[in-house]
Design a protein around this ligand. Structure first.
Ligand code: C5P
Length: 302
């Protein structure tokens, strides 16, 4: 039953870092099997959804967000309407803070937020599992943006199981001048692997043990990403950003997902502020942000 639309609905959704990302071989469907540890951080987008005469998507904040029909938030609204055979036109306004094409699943986050927001606006009673199924249709990282926290992802990243890791982790995010395309980075990894065998990350169990210890130094030692070599091959300057972060006192760092954002793990908020100031002054990235995780998944705030 469709209830009369209420609104507007505001939804907050986090960006993510992959603390650990092991990439398997290319599958026949064009995806790679992954074993990853997702970690949501409080660098967030906010979406406002309102009933409107026609579907629109607009954004403020960071530039470069795909407009109109190309936007994954709009695609999420259309998919939900189609699958549930309910819904009405919606205006989606995105306040964008998660880097665009940055390896932090910003587009996926907006899709997850649009699912949650439209379900509320249209009065749909959907379980988290049902929303998560629609999310997986939209992209590999969308189910995690719904869930938030810290979770292991398998399959193409869409199959999740939560990880108990309540100790906060403090991050400096070094944001690059230009984005990287996710398919291009996976393709570059396939090319590097065909040409030789770049080193692979270790075992996910070691990261899980580090997380359960609550000791950020142990977590830093286990950070690893098979896509890092490919991202650096496409943007060699990332190596300098990583070095600047560690020289500034970060416990460790890595390329986030398919990059090019670099995530630098710090001891505490005071250390993060010092590392952020030094990396910002190093001239090795466009901007820096401080963030903490784990953060909750897409949720209604008003
Ligand atoms: O699922 P999503 O649309 O975010 O994926 C974008 C692209 O990233 C895919 O088309 C594929 O090229 C690559 N990808 C992959 N293996 C994954 C996830 C993404 O090769 N597990």
């Amino acid at each position: 039953m469709t209830r009369r639309p209420v609104g507007p609905v505001r939804v907050r959704v986090p960006g993510k870092i992959n603390l650990f990302l092991s990439v398997g071989d290319l599958r026949e469907d064009g995806y790679h099997d992954l074993v990853t540890v997702f970690h949501a951080v409080d660098l967030v987008d906010e979406l406002t959804l309102s009933a409107a005469p026609r579907n629109t998507v607009r954004s403020t904040g960071l530039a470069g967000v795909p407009p109109g029909a190309k936007n994954l938030a709009g695609a999420a609204a259309r998919l939900l309407a189609k699958r549930t055979r309910q819904g009405s036109p919606v205006a989606i306004d995105i306040l964008k803070q998660i880097p665009v094409a940055g390896g932090m699943a910003g587009g996926s986050a907006d899709a997850a937020a649009a699912l949650v927001g439209c379900a509320a606006l249209w009065g749909l009673e959907l379980s988290r599992d049902q929303l998560s199924e629609y999310a997986a249709e939209l992209g590999s990282d969308v189910p995690f943006a719904l869930a938030g926290g810290t979770a292991i992802g398998t399959g193409r990243g869409e199959r999740l199981s939560p990880v108990l890791a309540r100790t906060p982790l403090h991050w400096v995010l070094a944001i690059s001048d230009s984005g990287l395309s996710t398919p291009a980075v996976f393709g570059e990894l396939d090319r590097l692997r065909a040409a030789g065998d770049p080193p692979r990350v270790g075992e996910v169990q070691d990261m899980l043990a580090a997380l359960s210890s609550g000791d950020p130094t142990k977590v830093a030692a286990m950070l690893g990403n098979d896509l890092q070599a490919a991202a650096i091959s496409l943007q060699p300057g990332l190596r300098r950003t990583l070095r600047a972060g560690v020289a500034a006192g970060a416990l460790g760092g890595l390329v986030s997902g398919s990059g090019p954002t670099i995530a630098l793990l710090c001891d505490d908020p005071v250390a993060a502020a010092a590392v952020a100031a030094e990396v910002a002054g190093s001239g090795t990235c466009r901007s820096v942000k401080i963030a903490a995780g784990p953060a909750p998944g897409a949720r209604i705030i008003a």
